[in-house]
Design a protein around this ligand. Structure first.
Ligand code: GTP
Ligand code: MG
Length: 344
């Protein structure tokens, strides 16, 4: 099951009440007011957690409450602040007010935090009301209530794998073959006008997000065809798959064109590892060894989305690769002490 939406009700902690007290001490006949202030109620905070993949945990429970604060006490003692309640959510979580639909914020990077309900203020104790002319005030304030609201959490999928290819390379067909996504597929170029996302599932727990983007043509980086504006959908992917159809007139030229267009769009894409999928292999009778020189790729696969030849191998390899990249990302994080502390 892939849960990408949940509604929760959050309630911040109430502030503590201020105290009314007077100093009673041996040898001090008229002690002044000594009622301390109440503490501040705990906030409800969402925190982006790179270990989480779904909002599944939030489908089991709806109500979440931060700690209430302690009341003020005599001897001008402050009440203790309430504990914040920190709720971990996966990266890419978009938060909306469930009643108004207003966007509250989003959590994209590890360490992102968002206060979604503020704890109540503590009330003042009578010590705070003393003035030169009013030396024995009996005033005190109650704490204020913590904020309370219903939130809609939505997981905006961040693609793990991006499919890159010329128009008609078979990107949408591949996505449809490996996920429940149903993108439009047709034998004419530029069928896909906006990126499609799908979740490829090897099993319930082994899944990753695949992005199918519009076809790239020569000169795309100069705005030809649909241009490259949608390439930003793959800038944060963990690996790319370049699709080269087995029936293209010159596989090597197709491969070179794709790489050139990507790097012309953004040289930084060079850091994203990629494999090559030679697609539509059912069009040629076996044995169909094709020559393609692609030393930059981490592997070359032969697949058919029609006969499903090679699909399982590709999915297993993509899964392994995505895990490897995730591990590396987490390794990088450990070098940032503030992130480490946050993760505890
Ligand atoms: N025989 C065969 N045909 C395929 C295969 N994959 C895709 N096709 C056909 O190739 C054509 C293009 O497929 P799409 O999946 O729409 O290609 P695309 O890369 O998404 O194309 P754009 O969205 O236009 O960029 C369609 O007619 C598909 O049926 C395959 O594995 N074998
Ligand atoms: Mg398409």
């Amino acid at each position: 099951m892939f849960v990408d939406q949940a509604t929760i009700h959050v309630k911040a902690g109430a502030g503590g009440a201020g105290a009314v007290a007077f100093r009673r001490e041996k040898g001090v006949p008229f002690g002044g007011p000594s009622g301390g202030d109440g503490g501040k109620g705990g906030d409800v905070v969402l925190a982006a957690d790179p270990q989480l993949e779904t909002l599944l945990d939030y489908s089991y429970r709806e109500h979440y409450k931060a700690g209430r604060a302690g009341h003020g006490e005599g001897k001008k003692r402050h009440g203790a602040d309430g504990d914040d309640l920190v709720l971990p959510v996966p990266l890419g979580t978009v938060v909306k007010d469930a009643e108004t639909g207003d966007r509250v914020g989003e959590l994209l990077a590890p360490g992102d935090r968002l206060i979604v309900a503020r704890g109540g203020r503590g009330g003042r104790g009578n010590a705070a009301f003393a003035t030169p002319t009013r030396q024995a005030p009996r005033h005190w304030e109650p704490g204020s209530w913590g904020e309370e609201r219903s939130l809609l959490l939505e997981l905006k999928l961040i693609a793990d794998v991006g499919l890159v290819g010329e128009p008609n390379a078979g990107k949408s067909t591949f996505l449809a073959a490996v996920s429940a996504a149903r993108p439009k597929i047709a034998e004419y170029p530029f069928t896909t006008l906006a990126p499609n996302l799908g979740v490829a599932e090897l099993s319930d727990v082994r899944r990753f997000v695949v992005a199918d983007i519009p076809g790239l043509i020569e000169g795309a980086h100069e705005g030809k065809g649909l241009g490259t504006q949608f390439l930003r959908h793959i800038e944060r992917t963990r690996t790319l798959a370049m699709l080269v159809p087995i029936d293209s007139p010159d596989l090597q030229a197709t491969y070179r064109l794709l790489r050139n267009e990507l790097l012309a769009h953004d040289a930084a894409l060079d850091r994203i590892p990629f494999c090559v999928l030679i697609t539509k292999v059912d069009l040629l009778p076996a044995p169909r060894e094709v020559e393609l020189d692609a030393p930059e790729a981490w592997e070359i696969f032969h697949v058919s989305s029609v006969t499903r030849e090679g699909l399982t191998d590709v999915l297993e390899a993509l899964w392994a690769r995505v895990q490897e990249e995730k591990r590396e990302e987490r390794g990088d994080e450990e070098r940032f002490p503030e992130l480490e502390e946050w993760a505890r």
